[in-house]
Design a protein around this ligand. Structure first.
Ligand code: SAM
Length: 364
């Protein structure tokens, strides 16, 4: 069978022109264009999340995920003296499902909704619309405030969740050669996007990584993650609160973790830009390196959810189900917690004030 040439999409044409006139793009710039180009970006043109979309996230698998996170945040709020006003915030809320489940489960916590103001950090206008529809009638005072960046969150106690947000932030990639590191960039060859190498700028992280890498290794740096973690951490240090961060990755990133997903399948990151999701594993060590508050130990999602009681909740819900609905429910519990599914790949860490207890499910 002969492979027909792939048809180029509009964003690919724009990127090829830009590279021809201005030179190669860093992987970070390429990711930003692919995900958030104002008219052709992945998150600006579609709602890709859910069983019928390109990929599924934990809150879309089962309401139990949001219920566990909601109770965790509410207990942390109680443990810190139940501040009379606080921001209940989410970074990258997707379809709004996680926040909806948090709000439903915390309705029974006395005073929580009266004190909460919902703040969402979302870059895509299209996803904001989706969130507004999901959360209609659920938020305290029927109010939601959207922000373009975490830096715009209010100065008040902050109870925040970020699920699969940091993996969507752009990374730069560096390839170790005999001479040190070169930066991997997106270039062009024969009218196609290809990977090239250019001399890497001096960077303290790269100098440090000379010690634990060898020739041909790849090191990834996400410039935005530590900045956002610091902005959140500063609010928690100044006003109290917690941030629960759940994402795939590990304590230290090694190797090429840039991946593309389309229609629940892996794809090439450099074909059909803007039509597939691009993510990279989170390097939690780098994310937490400069925060001005305490953080918990990195814990697997499976252990975190088990400690919060997801199995008891699953059993209670199972009692009301039969047939295919029961089978789906059992599969969802397994998918969220089992080590061979999301249980180990996904990790959870919390930011909290020095001297305060870590939120339930996590150790200091
Ligand atoms: C993978 S989705 C996660 C969705 C949701 N948290 C969930 O668990 O279903 C990433 C979300 O982050 C948003 N996003 C991506 N990059 C962003 C950025 N730089 N700033 C703010 N939001 C961003 C996307 O529009 C989307 O809502």
């Amino acid at each position: 069978m002969i492979d027909l040439p792939r048809e180029m999409n509009a964003l690919e044409r724009i990127l090829l022109d830009r590279i021809r006139t201005q030179g190669p793009l860093t992987i970070a710039d390429y990711m930003t264009e692919c995900l958030l180009h104002p008219t052709l970006g992945y998150y600006t043109t579609r709602d890709p999340i859910g069983a019928a979309g390109d990929f599924i996230t934990a809150p879309e698998i089962s309401q139990m995920f949001g219920e566990m996170i909601g109770l965790c945040l509410a207990q942390a709020w109680l443990d810190q003296g139940a501040p009379a006003r606080f921001a209940l915030a989410e970074l990258g809320p997707g379809r709004g499902t996680l926040m909806a489940d948090i709000l439903r489960v915390t309705r029974k916590v006395p005073g929580f909704h009266e004190a909460a103001q919902v703040h969402l950090v979302e870059a895509s206008p299209r996803m904001r619309d989706r969130q507004a529809r999901t959360l209609a009638g659920l938020t305290p005072g029927d109010r939601i405030t959207w922000h373009d960046s975490a830096d715009a969150l209010p100065q008040m106690p902050l109870y925040l969740v970020a699920n699969e947000f940091f993996d969507a932030l752009p990374i730069r990639q560096f390839f170790r050669t005999a001479e040190g590191f070169s930066e991997m960039v997106v270039s062009t060859m024969m009218n196609q996007l290809v990977i090239g190498l250019v001399p890497a700028p001096g960077h303290p992280v790269l100098e440090a990584r000379l010690a634990d890498t060898r020739e041909n290794d790849i090191v990834e740096i996400c410039g935005a993650s530590p900045v956002i973690a610091r902005q959140i951490g500063q609010r928690i240090a100044d006003h109290g609160g917690v941030a629960v961060i759940d994402d795939y990755g590990d304590w230290r990133s090694v190797g090429d973790t840039l991946q593309a997903m389309g229609r629940q399948k892996y794809a090439s990151p450099f074909e059909n830009p803007g039509e597939v999701d691009l993510t990279a594993h989170v390097d939690f060590e780098a994310l937490l390196a400069d925060i001005p508050c305490a953080h918990s130990r990195l814990t697997t999602q499976g252990v975190f959810l088990e400690r919060l009681g997801i199995t008891s909740r699953a059993q209670a819900l199972a009692g009301r189900l039969t047939g295919a609905a029961l089978d789906d429910h059992i599969a969802a519990h397994r998918r969220l917690t089992h080590p061979w599914e999301m249980g180990t790949l996904f990790k959870v860490v919390a930011l909290f004030p020095e001297g305060a207890p870590p939120p339930p499910g996590l150790d200091a």
